[in-house]
Design a binder for this molecule. Structure first.
Ligand code: PGA
Length: 248
């Protein structure tokens, strides 16, 4: 049985005070969730978030991380810093970072390797743009991102990586992929992983992301290759609690 995960991605939202207030309000509604619940908060809210969720089942994640432990990299945050703070997950290679922060398949791969060595679970994002989908090159794009992202990752380590399929055209647009569209690509990702890791690919959790909300989560979670969701906008609202209790 693959682990089911619902992860919120707050992006650049919530001050530390706002994070504390929000989590204090939502935490009692999140108990006994159907999936593991992760909230990926801005760096400055990490301590407040960890404090507010102590003793609950909510795990705290970061949204990015450098691939080196320390050095002259102004403005960056490293794995040991996240480790010490108590961060358990980190989003790697989100399309917004690929777009605005020059994140490449190479840097994404290095970050995944670093996260694994620091025992932080990488939420590794892949996804095609609308133009790529219309050009019919979705599989080509995704296959390259997956192969590069998993380069030099052993069969033992592979199941520690969580993949998030997020079609760029569905992020923040209100245009979710249909359950079938999402499942088709998640299944394709598993097929690519199978070529490399054989049956071990069955143990890798693959999430869908892109305009997930309390109304569409139920259908998505019934699909054969979807093991959870990465939720942006809807993770900033109290209704996030309904998302993590999908199917009840
Ligand atoms: P969205 O964002 O749910 O607001 O579409 C998802 C994401 O970018 O992870």
């Amino acid at each position: 049985m693959r682990k089911k995960i619902i992860a919120g991605n707050w992006k650049m939202n919530m001050t530390a005070t706002e994070a504390e207030m929000f989590l204090n309000e939502i935490k009692s509604r999140i108990q006994n969730a159907t999936a593991e619940v992760v909230v990926c908060v801005p760096y400055l809210a990490v301590f407040a978030a960890i404090d507010a969720t102590k003793g609950t089942d909510i795990r705290i994640g970061a949204q990015n991380m450098h691939y080196l432990d320390s050095g002259a990299y102004t403005g960056e945050i490293s794995a040991p810093m996240l480790n010490e703070a108590g961060v358990e997950y980190v989003i790697i290679g989100h399309s917004e970072r690929r777009m605005y922060n020059n994140e490449t398949d190479e840097s994404v791969n290095k970050k995944i390797i670093k996260a694994l060595s620091a025992n932080i679970i990488p939420l590794f994002c892949v996804g095609e743009s609308l133009a790529q989908r219309e050009e019919n090159i979705t599989e080509e794009v995704i296959s390259k991102q997956i192969q590069k992202g998993f380069e030099n990752i052993s069969k033992d380590d592979a199941p520690k990586v969580v993949v998030a399929y997020e079609p760029i055209w569905a992020i923040g647009t209100g245009k979710t992929a249909t359950d079938e569209q999402a499942n088709e690509v998640c299944g394709f990702i598993r097929k690519v992983l199978k070529e490399k890791y054989e049956d071990t690919a069955e143990e890798i959790s693959i999430l869908y992301g892109g305009s997930v909300n309390e109304n569409n989560i139920g259908g998505l979670m019934q699909m054969s290759d979807i093991d959870g969701a990465l939720v942006g906008g809807a993770s900033l609202k109290m209704s996030f609690a309904e998302i993590v209790h999908y199917g009840k």
